[in-house]
Design a protein. Structure first.
Length: 198
């Protein structure tokens, strides 16, 4: 898909701030520093639309990016950041849960994990949470350029096993450096945006 038009419409913290144009939405979740902003920038072919940060926990709002005036990417605050207070973490958790549980326009979730490591307890909890609410999930294993290509399939198998990946969900190995995996992510997106949208 060619992305001609990208707009950060709003950074929201509560449902009354969400966009009301009824376009389909795809959320992106993952722990801090897993590469959500880099994934968004690679998919929309913009270098700095989504702000990347070397400081985990920088995204503290739900960022709604409208693409081609047809659908949204919703960048969800990263989890697992140690330097954020418990109170702030609880607030983020509540904000994220409210969005994922209640948002009618949400058509699916891209859940990012680091290909180099086994899923964290937070990764496992997030996947179980998404499945509890019956949301379609694409697991994107990021930072693939940091692992030799010969080990990709082995890592994919290990990650699927650790997550107990549902048969209806897919896993894509992705590198924001090379763009490997981007086409597969777009295929999944187009299937879920068209089936989910009006």
């Amino acid at each position: 898909m060619q992305i001609q038009d990208v707009e950060l419409v709003i950074s929201a913290v509560a449902p009354q701030q969400y966009p009301n144009d009824n376009l389909p939405e795809i959320a992106l979740t993952g722990r801090s520093n897993v590469g959500k902003s880099s994934l968004i920038n690679r998919l929309i072919q913009r270098k700095k639309m989504a702000r990347t940060s070397s400081t985990p926990g920088k995204t503290q709002t739900l960022n709604f990016y409208r693409l081609n005036r047809q659908f949204y990417f919703v960048d969800v605050p990263g989890y697992g950041y140690a330097k954020v207070s418990k109170k702030a973490r609880a607030k983020f958790g509540e904000m994220i849960e409210t969005y994922l549980e209640e948002r009618q326009q949400l058509q699916g979730v891209i859940s990012l994990i680091d290909v180099r490591h086994q899923p964290t307890e937070d990764d496992l909890s997030m996947y179980r949470f998404l499945k509890y609410y019956g949301l379609p999930v694409l697991i994107v294993a990021t930072k693939a350029d940091k692992v030799s290509k010969g080990k990709w399939q082995q890592r994919a198998a290990q990650l699927k096993k650790a997550l107990q990946l549902n048969q209806t969900d897919d896993l894509v190995i992705f590198s924001s450096m090379t763009g490997s995996g981007a086409d597969q992510i777009w295929q999944w997106l187009q299937a879920h945006i068209t089936t989910g949208g009006d």
